[in-house]
Design a protein around this ligand. Structure first.
Ligand code: 13P
Ligand code: SF4
Length: 364
């Protein structure tokens, strides 16, 4: 490959339409050397270029299976890290804009989780009594923490199975960073509200008493998704009042009351499949990110399905939206010119332990 450095400033002012042509041309030059993976929340003008799409679980499997030399990940930082950990040494993962993070993942840091583990260790034998379970929406060093401490990773599609795996080994789970996914999953597994405690990571001992910690089966990190917290029970009640025949489907990152009022709760892939399999002419209210809802609304309209967004406000994953056609065009042209930009490389030791926790999940 010839090397010619392409500066992003040459792309930042490009019109979206011009980017599309340059993306297609760069992809043509790269051929099968590059594969483009995109999460369901990715904006339409980027999503249309994807080779493979999916929810977090599906994308992690796809990343582990692809043979391509370069994985261009149109998602957020933790997803690209998972792709790096699960792909082979000869493969390279790039994230077109390094600022595409996840605000929920940022709510748990290794320092805070280690502090929680130390403090829990003052009350219990943490390594004997607690399985650390991290939602895949977390940094690689937290997955590595789980790998080192007999823990595991879960996604929104498999959280109940993964918690069963944990409870078969130890009586308690510390679940981070999303309290809502943890709470909803625990409740569907029959764990009572009195056995669930929220760990406030900014307070000593998580803001809990020793007896609350001993009683809790599920310790929930006090994190949340800023997008999914916008969906409220009143949005569902209004819809039910206007369309009693309609269906409500939500992502488990929504709060417990929203999940409880929904007919179906599941991952982004589950939401798409459920509406795809529904009879024609049905009406749906969907509690998840706007790009996905708008896409399926267009896709299922020919079948007479009416798909509406749950909130009257615009709830987009603004960090994922940072992967725009300009960054994608820049990234692909750089690759086609032999220059790797925005590489995601997890340090070897973290990658090894994080892989242990991810493989426990994928094997289960
Ligand atoms: P999925 O695993 O359902 O794709 O969800 C990922 C996510 O970040 C939702 O906010
Ligand atoms: Fe993170 Fe929420 Fe965006 Fe999902 S929607 S990637 S949880 S900020």
């Amino acid at each position: 490959m010839e090397t010619a450095v392409v500066n992003f400033s040459q792309f930042s002012g490009l019109a979206d339409g011009d980017c599309a042509g340059r993306i297609a041309a760069a992809r043509g030059r790269l051929g099968e050397r590059a594969v483009l993976l995109a999460h369901h929340y990715q904006r339409a003008d980027v999503y249309r270029h994807a080779d493979l799409t999916g929810d977090s679980l599906k994308l992690s499997r796809l990343a582990a299976q692809t043979e391509a030399e370069v994985i261009v990940f149109c998602g957020v930082h933790f997803m690209a890290e998972v792709a790096d950990i699960l792909s082979s040494e000869r493969q390279t993962v790039v994230l077109p804009d390094l600022a595409a993070g996840c605000s929920m993942a940022d709510m748990a840091s290794l320092a805070k989780v280690e502090r929680a583990w130390r403090e829990l260790g003052e009350v219990l034998d943490a390594d004997e009594e607690i399985t650390p379970v991290t939602y895949i929406n977390s940094a690689a060093d937290l997955k590595a923490f789980c790998g080192r401490h007999g823990g595991i990773v879960c996604t929104s599609s498999n959280a109940a199975d993964i918690l069963r795996w944990g409870f078969a080994r130890r009586p308690k789970a510390l679940f981070f960073p999303d309290q809502h996914l943890g709470r909803w999953t625990a409740r569907t597994m029959g764990i009572g509200a009195d056995e669930i405690a929220v760990w406030d990571f900014d307070r000593p001992l998580g803001g809990l008493s020793e007896s609350e910690i001993r009683r809790a089966k599920m310790l929930l990190w006090k994190g949340f998704c800023s997008v999914h917290q916008m969906f409220r029970p009143e949005h569902i009640r209004k819809f039910r009042g206007e369309h009693p025949e309609g269906f409500v489907i939500s992502h488990p990152e929504c709060c417990e009351e929203v999940c409880e009022l929904s007919d179906y709760v599941g991952s982004t892939e589950y939401i798409i499949k459920t509406i795809a399999a529904a009879p024609a002419n049905t009406r749906w209210l969907v509690g998840t990110e706007l790009n996905l809802v708008q896409r399926i609304s267009r896709e299922f309209a020919p079948e007479g399905k009416v798909v509406k967004f749950m909130s009257p406000m615009v709830c987009m994953c603004s960090t994922m939206a940072r992967i725009d056609p300009q960054h994608l065009a820049w990234c692909l042209e750089s690759l086609a010119n032999g220059e790797i930009v925005n590489r995601i490389k997890v340090p070897a030791e973290d990658a090894a332990h994080a892989k242990t926790a991810l493989e426990r999940m994928l094997a289960y």
